[in-house]
Write a protein that binds this ligand. Sequence first.
Ligand SMILES: Nc1nc2c(ncn2[C@@H]2O[C@H](COP(=O)(O)OP(=O)(O)OP(=O)(O)O)[C@@H](O)[C@H]2O)c(=O)[nH]1
Ligand SMILES: [Mg+2]
Length: 284
Amino acid sequence: MTIQWFPGHMTKAKRTIAEHIKTVDMVIELRDGRIPMSSANPMLQEIIAEKPRLIVFTKRDMADETVTKQWIEYFEKGGQSVIFIDSQKDNVKRILIDNCLKVMDEKIQRDLRRGIRPRAIRAMIVGIPNVGKSTLINQLAKRNVVKVANRPGVTQSIVWLHIDPRLDVMDTPGILWPKFDDVRVGMKLALTAAIKEQILPIEQVVAFGWQYLQNHYPAVLIQRYGPETVSDSVEDFIERTARKFGFIMTDNEIDKKRTMAAFMTDLRQDQLKSISWERPDEYL
Ligand SMILES: Nc1nc2c(ncn2[C@@H]2O[C@H](COP(=O)(O)OP(=O)(O)OP(=O)(O)O)[C@@H](O)[C@H]2O)c(=O)[nH]1
Ligand SMILES: [Mg+2]
């Protein structure tokens, strides 16, 4: 198994974020709520250094509610500010303003004691591909937003979105490359469409995905593929699924490639709802 590390992309992403980090008060780190650990970037801490951070887990609607509750407990025990949201339905503007104010409260109070009137918090949104950075920014920017380009002295002029008198958000999110030297992390990134599926061998991703569903969500498999596809092995599952859906080649052999591709598409296009691909007990 080759280990993907994308040094070129990572260096560029790191440089861009590092360049802009000085101009913000805090970082809003987006992660995929279905894979709260695997969608993190281990280098972020190093890049943002001392900046306060709010971790926002997106796609709450696609995750398993029970597991999400366990994750909230897990992070709160660690003293980390986290929120789980559905960017398409929640009032993300209110939620983000409230939580950014909470994260910055100490500084705001300190400023007030010194007689400094608080200005809008400046935040930068960062996250790996496909976590919902653009969706969130669009939701935030929906109404009453004045785009103002300013902050000279950096290579690119930055556009700030005035979300509210209390919050400004940089309109270019920082894209972090996912890092995975753990093969399982790569699998989860492939299953949730954070990385191209071709990056890892499809047989392995399908086997991982099926085994995980078999262990944690057998009912979901049955509901989607039918009781006749219940199997003890992924090979058997592919065989039964291919026959059920008619993915057969001329010589009556199953079309394994097509079946695996269909399974991957189901997962990546979120046909299977309410699934969390990792759990806190893996990280205790
Ligand atoms: N169900 C659901 N879908 C979401 C949510 N947030 C984002 N999405 C979807 O996730 C996909 C990726 O969202 P984007 O906003 O394009 O993600 P991004 O981080 O900007 O991705 P890149 O620009 O590729 O780095 C889109 O299909 C969104 O509609 C959410 O909270 N719930
Ligand atoms: Mg985007």
